[in-house]
Design a protein around this ligand. Structure first.
Ligand code: SF4
Length: 488
């Protein structure tokens, strides 16, 4: 039996790439290893969005020399964003690495593993503008997602926005959208296998199909036939078609760019019940001067207007965001503007980071670096504000009854269950032992308490001895993935 372990760093896009690698390898006769000791093949799926993640890879690789030597025939591969950027230099620097595959080359992993076993060391990091990169097999019967009942679906990849701080356009390549038919077919297959919540993924997910539609309009203006159309539709229409799939109770998407939140998407939030009332809308800064230097293409007023329109379309909609502090040239007044925006937008949660220069980006050349101790103090002040806002929001939810999609046991222990509500808040809850609750089930929970990190509840009026499950249950796994938002 050949066993593979995939280690994941970075965002949801990487988590989903890991799932694609695992699923592909299951189709080629591999099984998934429980831990490193029992694996013959290790894939490290890397992230280069921040310096820290890249350094973790290099120290991991140093430690893995011993693992490689402990058993002949073991294979070590590196994929993801660092692999895309560094390419075959990884092979030269780390003799223990057998092969390197870039973000457009996931489909070759099985063949490359076989070649590695035959002694061939190689790097495949070529970019492709072809839709073939989306050609991956359906879910294998033995594939168990990290979160039962939930699944990611890629709708587009790459980014053409070139924000000055971001390495993604260089690691993921240019924007490309999957044809809608392929997305809908995958979603139908997932729903028929018990998935009730899908999260649509893309670096600028709500820019879905924009280039194809523009090119098709140009071609039609020049008399081209409709059959040349690549098959994309606008993002809001795609959401509507997904909502028609029986069994899909929840639809999410990440990460949208504020620039592409158009009227149709705002309307969709008001009209599509299955579209969850949560939008993770990265803002990055509240200062117009900084936003311009970041090349974000909106002002703080534009952003707040979009936030208000989303909330007006779907009352109770929760906004979360990404914020960078200590961007080059950020003054105290700029930072105060960020704090003011976080308050005005009423973020329920946010991922916040100190700016870290990435080689090859425009911002890496900017003068006026913010001293590290100033950036650290700003980060702490921002996070303290956010924690208070999160707690205030959670307190406002006490007394509600919510539907929770169960993910497994609560980290709080004590036999509690954990899951997410429609607004993507973590809910930990207790249930009588007579009620069987498994990952992938829906449970109705009454919220009784709020903490800064989660809502606490109890199962609402469970009928004694009766399962609350609305969905077929699936086995739970926790592969210890470290997740952050997709840069957007
Ligand atoms: S931050 Fe988002 S929109 Fe900007 S370049 Fe990176 S992935 Fe693209």
């Amino acid at each position: 039996m050949q066993r593979v372990l995939v280690r994941t760093y970075g965002c949801q896009m990487n988590v989903h790439d890991t799932e694609k690698v695992e699923n592909l390898l299951l189709h080629h006769g591999w099984t998934l290893a429980e831990d490193l000791d029992c694996a013959e093949f290790l894939v490290i799926n890397t992230c280069s969005i921040r310096e820290k993640a890249e350094h973790s890879l290099y120290s991991d690789l140093g430690r893995l020399r011993e693992w490689k030597q402990a058993q002949p025939g073991r294979v070590l591969a590196v994929g993801g964003c660092v692999a895309q950027q560094v390419g075959d230099a990884l092979l030269r620097r780390f003799p223990q690495v057998d092969f390197v595959f870039g973000t457009h080359n996931v489909r070759w992993v099985s063949a490359m593993a076989e070649a590695a076993r035959a002694g061939q060391r190689q790097a495949r990091v070529e970019e492709t503008a072809s839709l073939e990169r989306f050609d991956l097999p359906e879910r294998h019967p033995d594939f168990v997602g990290a979160t039962p009942g939930r699944a990611f679906v890629t709708v587009m990849e790459g980014c053409d926005m070139f924000c000055s701080f971001c390495i993604v356009p260089r690691t993921r390549g240019r924007e490309i959208s999957r044809p809608a038919d392929a997305i809908l077919a995958e979603a139908r297959q997932l729903a028929s296998g018990g998935v009730c919540e899908v999260t649509l993924l893309g670096q600028t997910v709500n820019a879905y199909g924009r280039h194809d539609r523009r090119r098709a309009e140009t071609r039609r203006a020049h008399g081209a036939a409709a059959e040349d159309d690549p098959g994309t539709i606008d993002f809001a229409t795609l959401l509507g078609r997904l909502a028609d799939i029986p069994g899909l109770a929840r639809i999410r998407y990440t990460s949208p760019h504020p620039l592409f939140v158009d009227d149709a998407l705002i309307r969709a939030h008001g009209e599509i019940e299955a579209l969850c009332p949560h939008v993770h809308l990265p803002v990055q800064s509240g200062s117009d001067v900084v936003l311009e230097r970041m090349r974000r293409r909106y002002t703080h007023v534009d952003y707040l207007r979009t936030a208000d329109r989303l909330r007006a379309a779907r009352p109770g909609l929760v906004l979360t965001s990404d914020v960078i502090v200590g961007f080059p040239g950020e003054t105290d007044a700029d930072f105060q503007a960020t704090l003011a925006l976080v308050r005005a937008a009423g973020f329920v949660d946010s991922f916040s980071f100190k700016y870290s220069p990435r080689p090859g980006t425009a911002a890496a050349e900017l003068p006026d670096a913010v001293p590290p101790e100033v950036a650290q103090a700003r980060l702490e002040e921002l996070q303290a504000l956010q924690s208070q806002q999160t707690l205030d929001y959670h307190r406002s939810r006490v007394g509600e009854e919510v539907a929770v999609l169960v993910s497994g046991e609560s980290r709080r222990g004590g036999g509690q269950h954990a899951g997410r509500d429609q607004a993507h808040r973590v809910v930990n809850f207790e249930a009588p032992q007579t009620v069987a609750i498994e990952p992938g089930d829906f449970a109705r929970v009454r919220i009784v308490e709020a903490t800064p990190h989660s809502l606490i509840g109890t199962l609402a009026d469970p009928p004694a001895g009766v399962r609350t499950s609305l969905k077929p249950s699936r086995g739970a796994t926790d592969r210890g993935i470290r997740i952050q938002g997709i840069p957007g």
